[in-house]
Design a protein around this ligand. Structure first.
Ligand code: AMP
Length: 138
């Protein structure tokens, strides 16, 4: 398996080299807003320690990340009065992964509403407002 590259964008976020809109953090995990949101409230949960994805993550990394996924998913459901939550996770390029630091996407979903296409920068003021709603629900 390819080695972890500490120049990936999420490693830079963890080192404070580039900004993020934080929703939640604890000793082991960070949840921050996706800058190209496919749903209102689209956020990402990552471990604070390095691994590329599920394939090389330790059981401890997966356990802490999934605990935060559950916490934030429930907060997102409350904050957006969502009917459901989609959790997405991609492994390696063929699996759809673009940033090679383990992350889980959390999407609040509403009945009959599709996710937006990927790759479009979001409005930062809206993203910050969505993060605030989730922080309030946590
Ligand atoms: P993937 O690796 O396919 O799960 O996609 C990586 C995700 O990271 C995409 O949804 C991007 O919009 C998101 N992303 C990329 N750069 C940043 C960043 N600086 N801050 C927040 N999200 C980002």
């Amino acid at each position: 398996m390819t080695a972890y590259d500490d120049q990936n964008i999420f490693a830079k976020i963890l080192r404070g080299e580039i900004p993020n809109v934080t929703v939640y953090e604890d000793d082991d995990t960070l949840c921050f807003m996706d800058i190209m949101p496919r749903t209102d409230g689209h956020c990402l949960v990552i471990p604070k320690t390095p691994c590329r994805n599920v394939l090389d993550a330790s059981d401890a990394q997966l356990a802490s990340v999934m605990s935060t996924v559950k916490k934030v998913a429930n907060a997102a459901k409350t904050a957006f009065d969502a009917d459901g939550i989609t959790v997405q996770q991609f492994n390696e390029t063929a699996g759809g992964q673009e940033v090679f630091h383990l992350h889980f996407h959390i999407h609040p979903r509403h009945d009959g509403v599709s996710m937006r296409p990927p790759g479009k920068m979001g409005d930062m003021e809206a993203i910050k407002a969505h993060a605030e709603k989730m922080r309030a629900a946590l």
